[in-house]
Ligand binder design. Structure first.
Ligand SMILES: C[S@@+](CC[C@H](N)C(=O)[O-])C[C@H]1O[C@@H](n2cnc3c(N)ncnc32)[C@H](O)[C@@H]1O
Length: 260
């Protein structure tokens, strides 16, 4: 299942995703001629930075959301393309030197299939670098959402709802990744807990992308009241005296390469 996002709002509410992605890009130590695939490119901010670093290479950003691809497309250029595609349907073979993904793969449930498809997309000597949400990520938001979903007025609306995120612990993910056909695999957890500078910054992130999948099938009135319940619970639970708001951010980092 994929979801629809507002790329313009996301661009304004994604400071922390951008910060993690910037670090990930620096760690790639690109030569400048690589072909790169960015899984879940969102508004394309990181994808276009990758393209600047490979003037003799090429970058393709894929995302399932029309709103995100709409926000990314104006950034396309001579070595940068965007395409609307579900990560679950990757259909590339021997095409990329690097498969990159930041803050996305917790939206994908079947990582065995994902790793198989990424392995197929990579050329000999190619590598992947992922950072996505792991166990314990956004514990305050998850518990506020769970509380809202179990309230009398919403319980029935969520009877057939499928929880949108897969957030494994590093040990479980290591086992999975090591059973894939990569030559060298490294998996490690990371504590990236953070303080939002103020409640407005936190609310921006709750609205886009946080609550999107939970509101998708609600009426306009239920959308508003469910969202307001979660926002006020989050302010109660996370706001400090100095106005900042605390949330847990736990990440899974993965790097792996394909033999030549
Ligand atoms: C939090 S955003 C991250 C965007 C960008 N990588 C960044 O770091 O700013 C997650 C993105 O993953 C995309 N996404 C989630 N599930 C997807 C899927 N199955 N196929 C393609 N894109 C997906 C969403 O549309 C969204 O743009």
């Amino acid at each position: 299942m994929t979801h629809e996002f507002d790329g313009k709002k996301y661009a304004k509410a994604s400071a922390h995703q951008n910060e993690w992605g910037t670090r990930l890009i620096a760690e790639l130590h690109l030569r400048g001629n690589e072909r790169i695939l960015d899984l879940g490119c969102g508004d394309g901010a990181l994808t276009s930075r990758l393209a600047l670093l490979v003037p003799e290479g090429e970058v393709l950003g894929i995302d399932a959301s029309r709103g995100m691809i709409g926000a990314a497309s104006p950034k396309a250029g001579s070595n940068l393309r965007f395409r609307r595609l579900d990560i679950n349907e990757l259909d590339f073979e021997d095409e990329f030197d690097v498969v990159f993904s930041n803050a996305t793969l917790h939206w994908v449930k079947d990582h065995r299939r994902l790793l198989r498809n990424v392995r197929r997309a990579l050329r000999p000597g190619g590598r992947l670098r992922f950072n996505f949400a792991g166990e314990g990520n956004c514990s305050r938001l998850c518990s506020a959402i769970n509380e809202a979903m179990s309230r009398d007025e919403y319980r029935q609306l969520f009877e057939d709802f499928e929880w949108p995120w897969y957030m494994p612990g590093p040990d479980d993910y290591r086992l999975l990744a090591e059973s894939s056909r990569f030559g060298m695999v490294r998996v490690w957890g990371e504590n990236a807990d953070r303080f939002f500078p103020d409640q407005a910054a936190m609310i921006g992130w709750i609205d886009q992308p946080g609550l999107v999948p939970f509101l998708a099938n609600l009426s306009a009135e239920a959308k508003r009241s469910f969202r307001n319940f979660v926002v006020s619970r989050m302010i109660e639970e996370t706001k400090r005296e100095n106005g900042t708001c605390f949330e847990t951010f736990r990440r899974i980092n993965v790097s792996a390469s394909v033999g030549r």
